[in-house]
Design a binder for this molecule. Sequence first.
Ligand code: F0G
Length: 480
Amino acid sequence: MNAPAEAAFQRCIDPACGATYALSEVRTVCGQCGELLDVAYDWNRQTVPQKLSAFERKYATRRYPLHYSGVWRFKELLNIAPDDKVLTIGEGQTQLRPEPEVARYVGLHAKEVFLQYEGLNPSGSFKDNGMSAAFTHARTVGAHRAACASTGNTSSSLAAYAAASAALGPDQRMEAVVFVGSGRIALGKLSQGLDYGAKTVQIMGRFDDAMKRVQEVTKALGIYLVNSVNPFRLEGQKTIMYRVLEALEWDVPDWIVVPGGNLGNSSAFGKAFQELKALGLIPRLPRLAVVVARGADTLQRLYNEQGLRWNGGKYDKDLVKKFYAQMDKEKREANTIASAIEINRPVNLPKCLRALEWMNGVVLSCSDQEILDAKAIVGRGGLGCEPASAAGVAGLKRLVADGVISKGERVVCIVTGHHLKASDVTVGYHSLHGEDFKHEFARYDGVTTNKLANYPVQVKNDLNEILRVLGEGAHGSWDA
Ligand code: F0G
């Protein structure tokens, strides 16, 4: 329990508690006070390059899997295990792209808005960054079964890594168990878990129910939990920020805008920048905007309406408890077309509050209509995204309109999941007309129009007809 004399260890996030645990202990909360845990480093005992640009040299040796990985290239900043325990499937080969169309849409200069496309990961979402780190830790403690609750992406990622572990030999194989809510998961995501061979438990309930159950089940059966309450997950997700910095030639942007669900990413980003600053590797932290869906807006209500703040670790836990009790009393359930972030009890709430404090952050919620419109704009950039991932762009548009973000500021939106994850939403958006669209999408928050739809053109199987249609330059209503 006392501070282990190690170069890396686990530590309670509550500064007043500060209990520490060895890396080899498998736990998700502090045994003393029940708070979340961080992975912490004694930087004097780590070999960290003096300049971030030193990481670029690893490109030259990318045949070595740890240097190819966009996570483990930065291993000196997340040194949680020996190299031979690392499980990598080539995660983190992602891209930062300027998106002039998105910039125009949100009202900023073309060269100032960047999208960080994490959908390019092997399982199609940012989760692979964290899953690689969680699996690596799981291997160091000899786990053979890993589980998660998921809105679909964590489970896809877990299933992919579990499948990869089988290739290491029967004694290295990790079995995957995933808990998903019933009917609340995009089919593209469910199909991945099934295809990769995960044992899939669909419980009658929503993500918040599945999350509670998986914590009980993993405790009862000694299964390794890979949800983002696992502090090792977040170490992997820090590297998304290292890659953003790398793409910007190590210049710190003004804003990071990220969708919020279980609040793991926002928490990890805060930690990434805080550590780099403490190490003297960056001069300042960017600001953080966390965007939630209006139908799953616990963070927004607590932060903006109730004034909840990290407050150096002394955040008002009673306020949170009362909020959840009231939510239960009203039987308020999360509901959004951005199913990946349909979460009312974000497990990383305290860490996110801490990141917001470190990064002078803001929180806002967007309607499903705003999210759908933003998604259509992101799609035009040619990489596209699933609805939850577009929440960042929707939020950015509002932050510009409200004068929080202005022209001249450099903004990076994190696009968290691949376009094909929820292709049913995309197809519905671009194919249904008028009342049919309204009818199909009416159950979502504030959705009335698909004004940016690019309708397929129906044409008879007749050459002249096809030539006539193309001669007219007919395509969907781009500029509606
Ligand atoms: N975007 C996508 C595409 C996601 O899948 C998630 C979370 C988030 C954003 C939110 O990220 O939790 O770090 O705030 N999906 C989880 C899952 C909950 O089970 O796949 P967060």
